[in-house]
Design a protein around this ligand. Structure first.
Ligand SMILES: Cc1cc2nc3c(=O)[nH]c(=O)nc-3n(C[C@H](O)[C@H](O)[C@H](O)COP(=O)(O)OP(=O)(O)OC[C@H]3O[C@@H](n4cnc5c(N)ncnc54)[C@H](O)[C@@H]3O)c2cc1C
Length: 431
């Protein structure tokens, strides 16, 4: 695959549509999942102008979920994460600029300034800059090697440390932390998860789901410390095999955990600095409307960096998920072409740990009434979250089929009979 493609004459492209000339050059910043989908959608919607895809990573657009699962365990190659086959990517005829960073947005001149010293004019600009792994500002954090997991290179750096005889401390009991813990355990490493909150994935799931995750990890031999703050990191004595120094995670209660490897899974910082410096409205990410437009109508944003209104949550929020990266990337592209877009998705997130597939539809909250279908101890169950008799959200493990029906119930806002919902003998299709 070539990085720089010759510009393709508009007439040579097959998809010319009604909106083809609504903008001449569309620049996408960030060649991740949202950026890749934006580029693909511009072409599939008939845009024949110039598409410039600027990404500071060396890789073509790819998906990140396997980086904490199959790529981390070595079961899948990094190339398997690509969004498109090389031929399909080439066929888009986008000007892909790998390894190039956008340094500044000059809104007055409608151009972006690149790290290679050039300027790239735009008619529409789509920001898909994602986020980066949060670091911890505690003593020792800059003196010991700390892994984080966001990129292919991060997964490649961490993978060799996950093996029998090695010990790993995962700081952070959120999704990335738990997936790393599961993969590390499956690779035979000893694993401790340190979580400062009183339960796992506290920010995203209700207490009963946290309890399920805790039981799952403990049953796999992971030591999980809850309510445990980290006050620093240090180097200890030489490692057992002499290859590495042993490391220590210093806990707030004065104790220390010795280990070979430390992984931080403490959240994401949205890459919104470009937007802020350009004077775009930002609040924990780039603020957009349901048309994916920022406070400058010629600049749109999508994916992990975008804060969008969501009726299912009843507020604006950033959705850090595969679904949102894809669907909002597509929506932003259509909006840039002047199409009517009303992006208000029912949030969907999944996680795979130890062969268990967990899925969340909607935004479950403690205010909801919980109806349980199936027994968590059996390994397969769905928890429905109701307001009155209407299902608002669902969380399930190893229950993909039931969850597909649950999604429909939520989207159709149908009233349901809670007793039948809980009854495994009543097929979901009948509800
Ligand atoms: C390890 C891991 C596992 C995950 N697992 C799941 C899962 O199981 N289920 C799920 O639903 N979601 C999962 N996610 C979340 C999902 O992958 C993300 O929500 C998605 O990747 C976001 O896509 P994005 O395009 O917004 O950001 P990214 O994919 O991060 O792409 C942003 C790109 O922009 C580049 N960039 C930033 N600034 C600039 C600049 N100034 N100039 C040029 N380029 C720039 C970045 O380097 C990056 O390449 C996971 C994420 C990770 C990291």
């Amino acid at each position: 695959m070539t990085a720089e493609r010759p510009e393709v004459e508009a007439a040579a492209l097959p998809h010319e549509g009604a909106n083809a000339h609504s903008a001449h050059t569309i620049v996408i910043v960030g060649a991740g999942q949202a950026g890749g989908w934006a580029a693909q959608t511009l072409r599939s919607e008939g845009f024949v102008g110039r598409v410039v895809l600027v990404g500071d990573e060396a890789h073509p657009p790819h998906e990140r979920p396997p980086l904490s699962k199959a790529v981390l365990s070595g079961a899948a190659a990094p190339e398997s994460t690509r969004l498109m086959k090389p031929e399909a990517f080439d066929a888009l005829a986008v000007q892909w600029r790998p390894g190039v960073q956008v340094r500044r947005i000059d809104r007055a001149a409608k151009q972006v300034l690149l790290s290679d010293g050039t300027a790239q004019p735009y008619d529409k600009l789509i920001l898909c800059t994602g986020g980066r792994a949060r670091r911890l500002a505690v003593p020792g954090a800059d003196q010991v090697p700390l892994h984080t997991l966001r990129t292919i290179e991060d997964a490649q750096a961490l993978a060799p440390a996950l093996r029998p005889g090695r010990s790993v401390v995962v700081v952070g009991g959120g999704w990335i932390g738990l997936e790393v813990a599961a993969t590390a355990r499956q690779q035979g490493a000893e694993v401790v998860v340190v979580e400062t909150q009183s339960r796992l994935c506290e920010r995203t799931v209700p207490a009963e789901v946290s309890a399920y995750l805790l039981a799952l990890h403990r049953a796999q031999g992971v030591r999980v410390l809850l309510g445990a703050g980290v006050r620093g990191f240090a180097r200890a004595a030489d490692g057992a095999d002499g290859a590495d120094s042993r490391l220590e995670v210093l806990l707030a209660d004065g104790s220390a955990l010795a280990c070979d490897t430390i992984v931080l899974g403490v959240g994401l910082v949205p890459n919104d600095e470009l937007a802020r410096a350009a004077g775009l409205a930002c609040e924990g990410g780039v603020l957009v409307d349901a048309q994916c437009r920022t406070s400058d109508p010629d600049i749109l944003a999508a994916g992990d960096v975008a804060v969008a209104p969501n009726p299912w949550a009843g507020r604006s929020l950033r959705l850090e998920s595969w679904q949102n990266a894809q669907e909002q990337g597509m929506a932003a592209a259509r909006s840039a072409l002047g199409q009517a877009v009303d992006y208000q998705p029912l949030p969907w997130f999944w996680s795979d740990q130890y062969g268990m597939n967990l899925q969340i539809y909607g935004m479950p909250t403690p205010a909801h009434r919980v109806v349980q279908r199936g027994d968590p101890a059996s390994g397969s169950f769905v928890l429905f979250y109701l307001a009155g008799d209407v299902v608002q959200a669902a969380v399930g493990a190893n229950a993909a089929r039931d969850l597909r029906f649950a999604r429909r119930l939520i989207e159709q806002r149908k009233t349901v009979d809670a007793e039948r919902l809980a009854d495994l003998n009543t097929p979901m299709a009948k509800l």
